[in-house]
Design a protein around this ligand. Structure first.
Ligand SMILES: Nc1ncnc2c1ncn2[C@@H]1O[C@H](COP(=O)(O)OP(=O)(O)OP(=O)(O)O)[C@@H](O)[C@H]1O
Ligand SMILES: [Mg+2]
Length: 412
């Protein structure tokens, strides 16, 4: 008979705890908790009495009838401290070209669980994430690297690094030196990759600033920019030959990324603003936090989307939250995370409040945010129209032929 599919369990140990000499009761304790639970959602976390353990997390959804005997345990300890800044000296100045973390890092603890998407986005191996600002692209890359560090077989890799390249700093004032900076930063990555016991995740954040489309570079642009794109592509090809490296890149301007770079990506994944179902869960988790700290006084938790699907009736607060989630569609994950803060700061007069009052305050915060967004959108449209008009009048006022003007306006 086939062995039952193991239940994945992540155990976060406290610093200094020896994972090899673990409390023999721990596995029994976990099994007892699982046996006592009917069904548990994916990423469910619970505490155990072992003083060495910070948190135990379930990797997959636990179904009611699933056998509880076979556990697959992933043990890890979080590295404290912030990412280290990697600097390079250039022209007598220090350029901060990258941040470097040893994973799993406390800074990213819980990040994976906090990111909510409607589909199986988090289950893909992703390489280039693109989409509008604030949709969680950078966070998802960091969370993915952290997950990898926790779940990968420790017998293959002893150390996990996250090397986040500050694409912007490779440019700035030493534009003509950018090609050299690219080589230097990739040189450091190369060094890390030489160690076969280390797994290296390279995050090229806002990749468009280095890998912009060569065809979009007009004739008057310095040829240095082309050299930089070439340097990035060559270096990427070089580091990708290592079996222990994964390159993650983010961009909110996919249209201007070099085609040769796009071709190199195994997976190009669009990350958009959350759907109303994901928004419901984002708000629900924020409200649960406020209930925990006593700002929202109601004790009863709002039901999850899964619980709602089977519920026969729903309370006023649940219906209000559903409507609010629907009204919030179009806001980015970053804006949604701000809604509870704005609601509390601007629309709640007391320190503590009831759920219904808080949801009403959240609705006001969302309206305000949408009004701001519409106003800024209208303003930027006006700026674009004005800039286009200025460009056209410049061209018609100059000696340039109207054919040249047409060409410019088409390529804009
Ligand atoms: N789907 C989501 N679920 C939960 N939180 C989210 C989601 N999307 C974004 N966030 C939150 O929004 C904040 C901003 O995310 P992040 O900086 O990763 O976005 P980004 O797409 O990289 O933005 P930018 O394009 O401006 O760099 C983070 O705190 C993140 O946790
Ligand atoms: Mg980002």
């Amino acid at each position: 008979m086939e062995a039952p599919k193991p239940i994945g369990i992540e155990i976060a140990y406290k610093k200094g705890a020896n994972k090899k000499t673990t409390n023999p009761d721990l596995e029994k304790q976990i099994q007892a908790i699982l046996a006592d639970s009917k069904a548990l959602p994916k990423d469910y976390s619970f505490a155990v009495t072992d003083p060495n353990v910070e948190r135990v997390t379930l990797c997959d959804e636990l179904l009611e009838r699933a056998p509880r005997s076979n556990l697959k345990i992933y043990s890890y300890t979080l590295h404290d401290g912030e990412g280290e800044q990697e600097t390079i000296e250039q022209g007598g100045d220090e350029v901060q070209i990258a941040n470097h973390w040893l994973l799993p890092a406390r800074e990213f603890h819980g990040l994976w669980d906090s990111l909510i998407y409607e589909d199986s986005l988090k289950e893909n191996l992703l390489v280039l994430l693109h989409g509008p600002p604030g949709t969680g692209k950078t966070s998802l890359c960091q969370a993915l690297a952290q997950k990898l560090a926790i779940r990968m077989n420790k017998s293959i890799y002893m150390h996990f690094h996250l090397f986040e390249i500050n694409s912007h700093s490779l440019f700035s004032k030493w534009f003509s030196e950018s090609g050299k900076l690219v080589q230097k930063v990739f040189g450091q990555i190369n060094e890390l990759c030489q160690d076969p016991t280390s797994m290296v995740c390279v995050l090229v954040d806002e990749v468009e600033s280095i890998a912009f489309a060569r065809e979009a570079i007009s004739n008057n642009e310095p040829s240095d920019s082309i050299r930089v794109v070439n340097a990035v592509l060559t270096q990427l090809d070089r580091i990708r030959r290592f079996p222990n490296v994964m390159v993650l890149a983010t961009s909110n301007l996919t249209g201007s990324i070099d085609l040769a770079f796009l071709d190199r990506a195994d997976i190009v994944q669009y990350v958009g603003p959350p759907t109303k179902e994901a928004i419901y869960e984002i708000y629900r988790s924020a409200i649960a936090n406020l209930q925990q700290v006593g700002i929202v006084t109601d004790r009863e938790e709002l039901p999850s989307r899964a619980e709602l699907a089977t519920a026969t009736s729903k309370g006023t607060a649940t219906s209000m939250l559903e409507t609010l989630a629907e009204q919030s569609v179009g806001l980015s994950g970053r804006s949604l995370r701000k809604v509870p803060f704005l609601a509390h700061a601007l629309h709640v007069q007391q320190d503590v409040t009831t759920m219904v009052k808080f949801l009403t305050a959240m609705r006001s915060a969302v309206r305000r945010m949408q009004a701001d967004k519409a106003m800024l959108g209208a303003k930027s449209d006006q700026v674009e129209v004005a800039a286009a008009a200025a460009a056209t009048s410049d061209l018609s006022g100059s000696n340039g032929s109207s054919a040249a003007a047409d060409e410019r306006s088409v390529s804009m």
